[in-house]
Ligand binder design. Structure first.
Ligand code: F6R
Length: 594
């Protein structure tokens, strides 16, 4: 995900583009750049890192009235100056949000061009330059372009010698803002709200030509199209949340998409899985290390990799692992899980492992982060930018990545056969189904939000999921919560169960279902309000306050459905308690201290 902005008008463009980019920083922030026209020439400035770096390195009051800008979330190529946008080829300078899938074949055809970056976007700039040299007319070029590019794109384009911005989109968002003093392009409404709340929504394959005092929008065939001017009523922050009350809820609802983005990246087909995971079978022992939710993902991963990969797996919290003695096997791998890729303890484990000569594999969301850069190998999840401090969509994508590793190993050693891949195909639709009706989770939230303590119970993977569910609940709602291995409760903690104590039990593992249910009955007998999340009808329904059913899936993928329910419970409890859901007290999104 990246953000693009452009402005052409009577005012100086650079301050407007920079403030637009700042409000799009939630879409990505590993590098930023701007191109603007000054005395008829196009100037380009780029910096690695946050927009603040770019802002410091440019003069805001340059005499320029037309320009485009970009904030990047690296997809092709690491975050660095040369890969950042705008890209300039021949007469064309452009910013791009999206992923062009056929860029490698296009690059091979565009032999006359010398490419300096690793990006798909530079190839698009070269393609447009080539088409422009043939057609000499950008409108004809844009009609042709959409028949040539495969993938997603929102482009803002400057052409040498023209004081205009061209823009086109397919499957990446694009709006055109209209103000008295000039016209904007942007990936999202917040980018223009400081100056105007009026905008056109550009649809797939439509394109536009913006001058200082005119906007012409064209349909896919190049005919002028008439559109309704829309008005955004609301604040900039509300616009960034895209209609959701909180980022956490927005990110929960993004899960069907990001989980599929992650799955498709790795099992586009089996060859692609083999290529991305190749060599993992050679390890006989794997240590998985992370903090908080990332550690909980590791616990689920341990179960799947042991069962299907037939490997010995250890899981530990990074802050413990780094200060513990370890005996490594000859073929030992350390998997480091970190959304941000900057967590201090996880990074320390990585550095120690490298010193000891142990192979490392990082599962990371933020491209080019320290852990991603320093690990021997990286598997990126495709969660996009996560703004809410409590992780939801990154956790789900990490879970899927561990499942894909187990899948790869299981296929390699014939514990699984290829038909298993079908299990991954429908997962987005099933999450969407859960998200389309949240009555059951809201009901549970209503019934527990005034309690002081909430317990989660489960066995095996359900216990690992309980730990994450409990963390989610306590961090956003401030209710005290603990997760217990269902069989362990009677060794002490059951003394805390009294009349009305909420106990939420996760029961999805057939092998152990009856055992967990017996433990649930033990807490019911002591007056607990008992809630069950399960994938199989339970008998004695009257014993329980509420039973939530989820579809029964293969255990390689089933955990994600449980977690979506638990995230919603945590969210609604926090909302009922009036908590600062996106920024819970005392927490930070990226924990870069020990
Ligand atoms: C909980 C949460 C944290 C993180 C932990 C590790 O909702 O977000 O527990 O999972 O701080 O962070 P990363 O994954 O960035 O290393």
């Amino acid at each position: 995900m990246c953000g693009i902005v452009g402005y052409t008008g009577k005012d100086k463009c650079i301050p407007k583009i920079i403030s637009g980019l700042e409000s799009l920083e939630y879409r990505g922030y590993d590098s930023a750049g701007i191109a603007y026209i000054i005395n008829g020439e196009i100037e380009i400035k780029k910096e690695q890192g946050r927009i603040a770096n770019l802002k410091e390195s440019i003069k805001l009051n340059e005499d320029s009235y037309t320009g485009i800008g970009h904030t990047r979330w690296a997809t092709h190529g690491k975050p660095c100056k040369v890969n950042s946008h705008p890209h300039h080829v021949g007469k064309i300078t452009l910013v791009h949000n999206g992923i062009v899938e056929n860029y490698e074949s296009l690059k091979a055809e565009l032999k006359e061009y010398k490419f300096v970056s690793e990006t798909d976007s530079e190839v698009v700039a070269a393609l447009i330059d080539k088409l422009y040299s043939e057609e000499k007319d950008m409108l004809k070029v844009l009609v042709k372009l959409k028949d040539t590019l495969v993938g997603s794109y929102a482009l803002g384009i400057l052409v040498e010698g023209e004081d205009k911005i061209y823009a086109i989109r397919k499957d990446s968002p694009l709006i055109i803002g209209v103000s008295e003093d000039g016209n904007f392009i942007a990936s999202d409404v917040p980018a223009i709200l400081e100056y105007t709340n009026m905008y056109y929504l550009i649809l797939n394959d439509e394109f536009a030509e913006l001058t200082k005092d005119d906007i012409v929008i064209y349909d896919r065939d190049g005919n002028v199209s008439t559109k309704n001017l829309l008005t955004f009523e609301g604040s900039q922050e509300a616009a960034m949340k895209n209609g959701y009350e909180h980022f956490m809820l927005k990110e929960i609802y993004e899960q069907p998409k990001v989980i599929m983005d992650t799955i498709k990246e790795y099992i586009y087909n089996l060859d692609n899985l083999n290529e991305k995971m190749s060599g993992l079978e050679k390890y006989d022992e794997i240590d998985i290390v992370g903090c908080g939710s990332a550690y909980h993902v590791g616990l689920v991963g341990k179960s799947l990799i042991t069962k299907y990969g037939k490997k010995r797996v250890n899981v530990d919290i990074a802050s413990e692992y780094r200060y513990t003695e370890h005996v490594y096997s000859k073929n030992n791998l350390i998997i480091l899980i970190s959304q941000s890729g900057e967590t201090a303890d996880t990074l320390a484990v990585l550095r120690q492992a490298k010193e000891e000569g142990i192979d490392t594999l990082a599962i990371v969301n933020v491209v080019g982060s320290s852990i991603a850069r320093e690990a021997d190998r990286v598997l990126y999840i495709k969660a996009g930018v996560e703004v809410a401090v409590a992780t939801t969509k990154a956790y789900i994508c990490q879970l899927m990545m561990l499942s894909l590793i187990a899948l790869y190993l299981g296929l390699k050693n014939n514990v699984l056969d290829e038909s298993i891949v079908e299990e991954y195909e429908n997962i987005d639709a099933l999450i969407e189904e859960i998200l389309s009706d949240t009555k059951d989770t809201e009901e549970i939230a209503n019934s527990i939000y005034q309690n002081k303590d909430v317990f989660y119970l489960g066995r095996k993977v359900d216990y690992a999921l309980s730990m994450e569910a409990s963390l989610k609940l306590k961090e956003v709602s401030y209710l005290h919560s603990e997760a217990y291995a269902a069989g362990e409760l009677k060794h002490g903690t059951i003394s805390l169960i009294e009349e009305g104590t909420p106990v939420i039990s996760i029961i999805t593992d057939d092998d152990i279902r009856l055992k967990t249910l017996s433990n649930v009955k033990e807490v019911c007998a002591r007056g607990a309000k008992s809630y069950i999340i399960t994938n199989e009808e339970v008998l004695d329904k009257d014993l329980y306050t509420k039973v939530i059913m989820i579809p029964k899936l293969h255990d390689l993928v089933g955990s994600v459905l449980v977690m979506v329910k638990c995230q919603l419970i945590a969210y609604y409890v926090a909302k009922l308690n009036g908590c600062d859901i996106d920024k819970p007290r005392n927490l930070a999104k990226s924990v870069t201290v020990e």
